[in-house]
Design a binder for this molecule. Structure first.
Ligand code: SF4
Length: 120
């Protein structure tokens, strides 16, 4: 059995507890430093299946500012670069309303990229 320790900061609330996470064979077996149970959930998520929201801007020819977009939910951290490449290749057509799906199921992770502003 391979055991390791990681120190991470819980970002689930502004308190920002410093967590020490013990892992055995890639699984979380103990967490210390959390002031509430959300820190335990965060540590499990961050150390085993880290995810992040992705935000980006898509230039629209002849229009400023560019279209701002984001993933509708966090996606696996190791797919962020693929997601950004897909966003860079997107050529959305106007008009676009906030919440419109710009890229459905981006890079096959089951999450849509949506517009975060109107561009009419
Ligand atoms: S462990 Fe709880 S109190 Fe501490 S930062 Fe996370 S959510 Fe906030």
């Amino acid at each position: 059995m391979t055991t390791t320790k990681r120190e991470i900061t819980c970002i689930s609330c502004p308190l920002g507890c410093s967590l020490e996470v013990s892992l055995a064979d890639g699984q979380v077996v103990a967490v210390t430093g959390n002031e509430c149970p959300r820190g335990l959930s965060y540590a499990r998520q961050e150390c085993v299946h880290p995810e992040r929201m992705v935000t980006a801007l898509i230039p629209i020819p002849g229009r400023t500012p560019p279209l701002s977009v984001r993933t509708e939910r966090p996606i696996p951290k190791d797919r962020i670069m693929d997601c950004l490449c897909a966003i860079a290749a997107a050529r959305p057509t106007l008009p676009i309303r906030i919440g419109d799906v710009i890229i459905p199921d981006v890079v096959g992770v089951g999450v849509d990229v949506i517009a975060t502003r109107d561009l009419l």
